[in-house]
Design a protein around this ligand. Structure first.
Ligand code: GDP
Ligand code: GDP
Length: 441
């Protein structure tokens, strides 16, 4: 999965949010609620022709005064140029080119990142005629579309994905040249990521080296534990960057997404004091959608008063209700501050890494799964019986299983869930999203 990141910028009301939703289709976005001058920012993962990319709608802002407006625009463009690999600069044909469009264009023309100019609200051929004035903004790649109807979006996406390179080979290798397991520590600001990292680093003396990312935005630390080598990816350092303070949340989410992309397993820190928030659930869903292994670490457990035997169990139950249907995920209660159970957390991450690499031989898979299917066959659809004849694990990074059937379209979500649950009950895929496909046989 690529970590290619696309940012949508433009002044208010040009249709950024509409374009964002159009490119994302029905998928869930992470919404970063903003108060005051800025409206919600949104994050999501989109795909086109089998290529995935992160999409960020940098948000808008309510123009109260010209000053606020100028500052916010500059900030938005600045963040996009810094964090994204490609920028979609959206303008509105119904207003024509405004002074603010020109200001933004001026800054964006000097961007080292590719910029695609998107002239929006070109809903009909009459508008298409006027829209050509936008060529004067001087962008080689100019597209005309209607986010509302979707017409023209295919051309932009075709161009956009040409910038996405095939997955880069990992540089984190062991002495035999094999890739090392990569674990990302992610979570909201103040969840305790830096504290956890420091606790892990201070306790272990066998760290090979620290390399601060020169070209990457995340920090990779080599680590050895239980005689196993791995790499910890963290985003804790972002606070040191200038201008980050007021946009901490925004940077944090972008960095969490990038760290996620680089990792095999995500260690998602939940603050025990706040519980699993809607934002945490969104980050969790995104990691699952990216096919990453996940371990949930409930941090600051030392702050939970009057713990009884059931406290942790009830807390875990509450979390699982929020992350349904993918609930086969380890939950560990830790205190990064007191260094309680932090190594247990690492052990779990290693276990999930192994689960993600689990390959089940075709003979074992068929023996076990066909027996389960025989016991509880797929329901009839439109008068014919659906027969699954063969199962095979597909050789992909994320455990994926192809079920071959006479009428693959006749198998619906509930039965797929049944198959997934049976797979999970026979084989250990704890913490790992599993994909189920139906194929024609
Ligand atoms: P943002 O502030 O840039 O995110 O803009 P929004 O996405 O909120 O859109 C502003 C307004 O423009 C909304 O009323 C949208 O329905 C409308 N809009 C967005 N795209 C199109 C389009 O392609 N055609 C037309 N006619 N209206 C659009
Ligand atoms: P980050 O923003 O996710 O890197 O969070 P930090 O590591 O900076 O932690 C934020 C605050 O939470 C700091 O004041 C930490 O001392 C505190 N903190 C972190 N972990 C724990 C914990 O396990 N227990 C308690 N009581 N406080 C913690």
């Amino acid at each position: 999965m690529s970590g290619f990141t696309v940012a949508i910028v433009g002044r208010p009301n040009v249709g950024k949010s509409t374009l964002f939703n159009r490119l994302l289709e029905q998928r869930k976005a992470i919404v970063d609620d903003q108060s005051g001058v800025t409206r919600d920012r949104q994050y999501g993962v989109a795909d086109w022709n089998g290529k995935y990319f992160n999409l960020i709608d940098t948000g808008g802002f309510v123009a109260e005064s010209e000053d606020v407006f100028e500052r916010e625009i500059r900030k938005q463009v600045h963040i996009a140029m810094e964090e994204a690999d490609l920028i979609l600069f959206v303008c509105d044909t119904t207003t024509g080119i405004t002074g603010q469009d020109e200001d933004m264009a001026h800054v964006l023309r000097r961007s080292t990142k590719p910029v695609l100019l998107v002239v929006n609200k070109v809903d009909n051929s009459e508008r298409a005629l006027y829209a050509t004035e936008f060529y004067s903004l001087g962008f080689d790649k100019t597209f005309f579309l209607s986010s509302l109807s979707g017409s023209g979006t295919g051309e932009v996406l075709d161009e956009l994905v040409t910038y996405i390179k095939e997955e880069e080979v990992s540089l984190d290798l062991d002495k035999d040249g094999n890739p090392l397991p990569k674990f990302a520590i992610i979570g909201q600001p103040n969840a305790g990521k830096s504290t956890l990292l420091n606790a892990l680093i201070n306790q272990e003396r066998t760290i090979v080296s620290d390399i601060a990312g020169t070209t990457r935005d995340t920090i990779h630390t080599y680590y050895k534990l239980f005689n196993k080598e791995f790499v910890l990816i963290d985003t804790a350092g972002i606070r040191k960057k200038k201008n980050v303070h007021e946009d901490l949340e925004f940077y944090s989410v972008i960095r969490a997404i990038k760290a996620m992309d680089e990792a095999d397993v995500c260690m998602l820190l939940i603050d025990a004091k706040t519980g699993m928030t809607a934002q945490d659930v969104s980050i969790f869903s995104l990691a699952a959608r990216k096919g990453k292994g996940i371990v949930l670490l409930v941090n600051k457990w030392d702050l939970v008063d009057n713990k009884e035997t059931n406290t942790a169990r009830d807390f875990e139950k509450g979390i699982k209700e929020k992350i349904e249907p993918f609930t086969d995920v380890p939950v560990i209660f830790i205190s990064a501050l007191d260094k309680t159970r932090i190594f247990q957390g690492m052990e779990k991450a290693l276990e999930v890494y192994d689960n993600r690499n689990r390959r089940i031989t075709t003979s074992v898979l068929n023996e076990i799964m066909l027996r389960e299917i025989e016991r509880y066959p797929a329901p009839m659809t439109r008068g014919y019986s659906v027969k699954i004849k063969f199962v095979q694990q597909v050789p992909t990074a994320v455990p994926s299983f192809a079920f071959f059937a006479n009428h693959p379209d006749g198998i619906k979500e509930p039965y797929k869930n049944f198959l997934e649950n049976k797979l999970r009950s026979h084989f250990n895929f704890s913490g790992v999203p599993v994909r189920i496909f139906m194929r024609k046989k």
